[in-house]
Structures are given as structure tokens and as C-alpha cells.
Design a protein around this ligand. Structure first.
Ligand SMILES: Nc1ncnc2c1ncn2[C@@H]1O[C@H](COP(=O)(O)OP(=O)(O)OP(=O)(O)O)[C@@H](O)[C@H]1O
Ligand SMILES: [Mg+2]
Length: 253
């Protein structure tokens, strides 16, 4: 076999290599020394439901994205509306509904005793219209009810498909991290698989909570199956009533 001759690098190439300067390279990502990375202590909003705060690891972390999954009718909208009362004392909230009218939300709010001035309601399913409204309103906390109703106008598929559910979530996550907004996303658990389930989002978000219970009885349990800001050993217990979810304190051991 004939040996291949390697040409020596021309002088111009050598000069370029020597002059290699990290700053001169266009658009590259720069690594930081770990010791130069700064962080603020997590700012957390207390939701007023101690059971929920405990499962979150001590309240809702500013800038975090939390997915709340549960079967239809289990009480997801009720839970998220109820936390608005306490969070609204120190923060501005935007509740985006894609499946209920504003009147329905208001009726539920009246029933469960939510009347904070700091809660704004938006009925919208296009994520391309929701993001500009988030920019205009500048809320601290956004509630998305539910992710399966949202769609991105740049993709032709219907709401609820894997593409749409993922694209909408990606945009919301980017917004949360950019502006340090906490976003709570409702995901319907669907057994027949026709609609993209919240499972496909679990790796993308910061925390995943399952809200469960038997519809026949009033008890509801919330537990974290993933949490970048706390443990996944806690569970929260509630009872559903006409006035909404009431916390059940754990019996003392
Ligand atoms: N007047 C009431 N009295 C008692 N419980 C009620 C009343 N109205 C609603 N509920 C309870 O609230 C549940 C519905 O709560 P909610 O709408 O928050 O659930 P969800 O998980 O958001 O449902 P969906 O899948 O429809 O979005 C009902 O299944 C029922 O248990
Ligand atoms: Mg609901």
C-alpha cells in the first residue's frame, strides 16, 4: 500500500491557527467557570395550601414550570384556581383557559371563595397569542388549563397532538426561563392514547405532580413524581367539597 503524503499546512493556515481567539469566532457558546456561576436563593410563592406547598418542596419556585396531571374531573382547575387567592397577595396571576368560558371560571371562583384583584383571566388556545399577552400583562405566575387545548400556528396539526402539545410547552418553558415566570400547566391523563398525554412533557418541565383520587369519594392525593426543586417523597391530601379542596392534615404518628 502506498503511503499518503500529507502536505504541510500553508503559512496562511498556520497563522490563522495561531491567531485563534475564542472571541473572534462568531456565535459560539461560552463555557463559564463553575466558581463564576452565581445564583439567587430560590424565590418561592406560598400557595396557601400547605399540602400543595409541601409537595412542591416548600412553595412554587419563581421561574419554574410545573405540570399537573390528572384524570378528567378530578379537580385540577379547582386546585389551581384556589391557589390564586394566596399567591395573589404578593403576585400577579394570569389564568389561561382553553376549555372553559370566563363565566365558568368566575362561577367556580365565587364557589370556592377566590376574589383576589391580582388574577387576570384569558380565554385563548393559540400559544402565539398567549405569549404576547404574557409580555403585555407581565404576570409572576401563569396557569395553563389545559396544555391539550393549545396549539402553535406554525404547525398544521390539531391541538392535542404530540407536536402541538410539545411545541406549545417549549414556548412556555422558554418564556418562563426568560422572564422568570412560574408556569403551572394542566395536563389531562388520557387512557386511550388518542390525545397526546402529559407523559411526553415530563422530561421537559421542572416538576411533575399527579393529582389522583376516586371520583366516587371525596379524597384527593397529590404527589410529585419529578421535582428539580424538592423531594418526591411527599404527598398532599385533600377532600373535595362544594367549597373546593380542603386540606387534610396527616394524622400524627
Ligand atoms: N358544587 C359542587 N359541589 C361539590 N363538588 C363539586 C361541585 N362542583 C364541582 N365539584 C367537584 O369538582 C370536580 C370538578 O373539578 P374541576 O373542574 O376542578 O376538575 P378538572 O380536573 O379541572 O376537570 P376537567 O377534566 O373537566 O378539566 C367534580 O368532579 C366534583 O368532584
Ligand atoms: Mg379543568
Amino acid at each position: 500500500m502506498e503511503e499518503q503524503q500529507v502536505e504541510p499546512a500553508p503559512a496562511a493556515v498556520k497563522a490563522r491557527r495561531n491567531a485563534f481567539d475564542r472571541d473572534a469566532v462568531a456565535e459560539h457558546s461560552k463555557a463559564l467557570k463553575m466558581k463564576d456561576v452565581t445564583f439567587q436563593n430560590d424565590i418561592r410563592f406560598l400557595t396557601g395550601l400547605g399540602e400543595f406547598d409541601r409537595v412542591l418542596g416548600g412553595g412554587l419556585v419563581q421561574g419554574s414550570v410545573v405540570l399537573i396531571s390528572g384524570e378528567p374531573g378530578i379537580g385540577k382547575s379547582t386546585l389551581l384556581l384556589q391557589i390564586c387567592q394566596n399567591v395573589g397577595k404578593n403576585a400577579k396571576l394570569l389564568y389561561v383557559t382553553g376549555e372553559e368560558s370566563l363565566e365558568q371560571i368566575k362561577l367556580r371562583a365565587v364557589r370556592v371563595g377566590v376574589d383576589t384583584e391580582n388574577l387576570l383571566l384569558l380565554s385563548e388556545t393559540s400559544v402565539n397569542k398567549i405569549i404576547p399577552e404574557i409580555n403585555a400583562v407581565q404576570p409572576d405566575v401563569v396557569i395553563i388549563d389545559s396544555i391539550q387545548t393549545l396549539f402553535d400556528e406554525n404547525y398544521p396539526s390539531s391541538p392535542g397532538t404530540i407536536t402541538q402539545v410539545k411545541q406549545a410547552t417549549l414556548q412556555l418553558i422558554a418564556k418562563a426561563k426568560e422572564d422568570r415566570i412560574s408556569i403551572l400547566i394542566v395536563g389531562h391523563v388520557n387512557k386511550d392514547g388518542a390525545i397526546a398525554g402529559p407523559k411526553v412533557l415530563e422530561h421537559m418541565v421542572d416538576a411533575v405532580l399527579y393529582f389522583e383520587g376516586e371520583k366516587q369519594n371525596t379524597y384527593r392525593v397529590i404527589r410529585a413524581v419529578k421535582n428539580r426543586y424538592g423531594s418526591t417523597n411527599e404527598i398532599g391530601m385533600f377532600a373535595m367539597s362544594a367549597e373546593g379542596l380542603e386540606e387534610i392534615e396527616k394524622p400524627s404518628e
